[in-house]
Design a protein around this ligand. Structure first.
Ligand code: MIC
Ligand code: SF4
Length: 641
């Protein structure tokens, strides 16, 4: 039997392990990317490892998440990121250039390469046949230091696309449709590999919308072949020499197969507060809307904004709707200007923001109290917009543009003749806006503002853990629940003592106080604990508060990796019903010295005098990392030998 494309790339980068689903493998990482919100910590960790220069073929540091520069903290962090990049041979993309994933696709992503990024939407680059995964900052820091990346070998799911899209349906509707079928847990432990005749009908930016939102399925990554469309896109970007054809073998073996008939897909929308809560746009006909936000790494390409502009052209947005637009990159803006479409937006009353993540991570643009917001983004978790009771709907730029002019959702049947999408003829280069490391790196002084606080160091895991339950949460808890975004909190990403004060602040205001009073403790979670973003602060800051263990029904991959990295023990209920036995304040005893990789241990709930069996899916290495107090301690020990 032949190999899938994902397997081909994994096998050509395999450093350790067997390609058996679920078994731990280690692969060589060719490229890395970071963004500012996770980057400060990643580079502090990279510096702590003590390597002179990045060991990858290419590492890029983007500033796109928090570009508001409210107060000194945020601009100081940007200065740190710039100087650290120049010192260690990293390409630096300053604020204003655009959103990391859009920029990476345009300027750096390459078919057949492995890419590790400290952002969960790194799989966007899978749109051009790159094997791209999101991970915590520390994992990316270690990859920059030349360490292979370790993760469980994923199952490879074949997604066969039949026929082609019809009417107003677009790439966003395909991925929303898949989310409806598979749910936010459906991709856990899997790669979605797209094949079939429908693939050739989709351009690279459309494919990237689909691979981007594969993150919302919990997938390890998503990947498209590198074909004529890829060649066309790379040629357009002036990077024709980066093209390599990459396909699965004709008789490739897959772990599962799904068939999707593109001609049956209609405009879809994800309703509050989960990306898999998907219905058709038609079903929302008549729903009044307060805000429309177009942009984010999912839908801010030239094609996305062009079609929105064509729909809005000659009209004014509805006076009751606040319409925000954040283009994906300077290149996209230049194209819009060239084609007179920037003016279209201005004349229509659209508010054009900087090329950055913006409202997607709550950097301004919060909806009105209880407001309805339609966003072309990828996440609609409760409170993520910055307004706790806002109702956020996720839709395509086509749907969003129609809502903007109508002030409400309308039936796509009333939208008239669909506009035909296409790539631009020619694109302007923005290469001069990246900073490339100069030769004399030694002379560069890394700038550290007062907000850069040294990394905390952690104690080894106790032999016997006796701790109280600090909080008990339900299924699908996101890292946004654990650590909210927004300008105020994100500015503290390089200051763990300060940022730790916000842990669970939107879910349970008493959490931090309790953690301090109880001297740390244990968290009880449901299914898919820690889904969503890669922000390692959602593990690092709880660890700083003394959280030593999380017992959950299941964990999301990136967050589980972050827990291990910072020495927090992720344990899994053997019998999910045992979840009901725990209450806040319950005293738990865990005999940590009895832990064995992949084994079971008995946990005692003191007071109610009950014992339950919990499992772990840790490898020997992971267990050793947790035992010494986290991966940084582990690497330090290894290097000191
Ligand atoms: C997100 O979309 O949630 C973010 C903000 O891009 C995060 C990273 C972060 O919190 O810094 C992600 O997706 O990993
Ligand atoms: Fe930025 Fe939003 Fe994309 Fe995250 S999901 S990288 S915040 S645009």
């Amino acid at each position: 039997m032949g190999m899938s494309l994902a397997k081909k790339i994994i096998s050509s980068h395999l450093v350790d392990g067997k390609m058996k689903p679920g078994q731990e493998i280690a692969i060589k990482i060719d490229h890395t990317l970071t963004q500012d919100a996770t980057g400060t910590m990643a580079y502090l960790q990279f510096e702590a490892v003590g390597v002179k220069e990045v060991q990858t073929e290419l590492s890029v540091s983007y500033v796109d998440h928090n570009t508001l520069q409210v107060g000194f903290r945020n601009p100081d962090d940007h200065r740190y990121l710039k100087t650290v990049a120049m010192k260690y041979g990293i390409v630096f993309s300053p604020p204003g250039n655009g959103i990391c994933h859009q920029l990476h696709l345009e300027n750096f992503a390459q078919p057949g390469k492995t890419l590790l990024g400290s952002d969960s939407h790194t799989p966007t680059a899978g749109g051009m046949g790159c094997f791209a995964m999101g991970a915590g900052g520390l994992s990316v820091a270690l990859a920059m230091a030349g360490e292979p990346y370790t993760f469980p070998m994923p199952r490879i799911i074949k997604v066969e696309l039949k026929n082609k899209l019809q009417g107003w349906a677009s790439a966003k509707d395909i991925i929303l449709y898949i989310l409806k079928q598979l749910t936010v847990k459906g991709g856990v432990g899997a790669v979605l590999e797209y094949t079939g005749e429908g693939v050739g009908t989709l351009t690279v930016p459309e494919r990237a919308t689909i691979t981007n939102m594969g993150a919302e399925l919990g997938a390890t990554t998503s990947i498209f072949p590198s074909d004529e469309q890829t060649k066309k896109f790379l040629n357009l970007m002036g990077r024709g020499s980066d093209y390599v054809p990459m396909f699965p073998d004709e008789d490739a073996e897959y772990d599962k197969e799904i068939v999707i008939d593109l001609s049956k897909i209609e405009p879809m929308v994800a309703c509050p507060h989960m990306p898999d809560n998907v219905i058709t746009v038609k079903e929302l006909d008549g729903l009044q809307v307060d805000q429309v936000a177009i942009g984010s790494c999912t839908n801010s390409s030239y094609m996305d904004l062009k079609v929105a502009a064509e729909i809005i052209k000659g009209r004014h947005v509805d006076p009751n709707v606040d319409v925000l637009l954040s283009p994906g990159s300077r290149q996209v803006v230049k194209l819009l200007v060239q084609e007179g479409l920037y003016e279209t937006f201005i004349d229509a009353g659209v508010r054009i923001l900087e090329c950055a993540c913006g409202p997607c991570i709550g950097m301004g643009g919060s909806p009105v109290t209880g407001g309805v917001s339609v966003r072309t983004f990828n996440r609609n978790f409760e409170g993520r917009s910055g307004t706790l009771d806002a109702k956020v709907y996720l839709a395509s730029p086509i749907t969003a543009a129609h809502v903007a002019i109508n002030g409400k959702f309308t039936d796509p049947m009333s939208w008239g003749k669909p506009y035909i999408l296409g790539l631009p003829k020619d694109v302007p280069s923005i290469k001069e806006h990246f900073l490339f490391s100069i030769q004399d790196k030694e002379s560069i002084e890394v700038y550290r503002g007062p907000n850069i606080v040294p990394l905390p160091r952690f104690e080894p895991l106790p032999k016997r853990m006796e701790k109280k339950v600090l909080i008990k949460v339900g299924d699908n808890i996101t890292t946004d629940h654990i650590l909210p975004g927004g300008a105020e909190i994100t500015a503290l990403r390089s200051n763990i003592p300060e940022i730790s004060k916000y842990i669970y602040s939107r879910v349970d205001k008493g959490f931090v106080k309790r953690a301090n009073e109880f001297g740390g403790g244990i968290i009880i979670g449901g299914e898919n604990y820690g889904q969503g973003s890669s922000r390692e602060h959602a593990a690092l800051a709880p660890r700083y508060l003394g959280v030593l263990c999380i017992i959950a029904k299941s964990f999301a991959r990136i967050h589980r990796g972050n827990l291990v990295n910072f020495g927090i023990l992720p344990l899994i209920f053997k019998d999910k019903k045992d979840y009901d036995l725990f209450d806040i304040g319950a005293n738990i005893m865990i005999p940590c010295e009895e832990l064995e990789p992949g084994g079971e241990i008995i946990v005692r709930i003191q007071g109610v005098d009950k014992e339950i069996v919990v499992l772990n899916d840790l490898s020997m290495d992971e267990l050793n990392i947790i035992r010494v107090g986290g991966r940084l301690e582990y690497v330090r020990k290894k290097l000191s030998k």
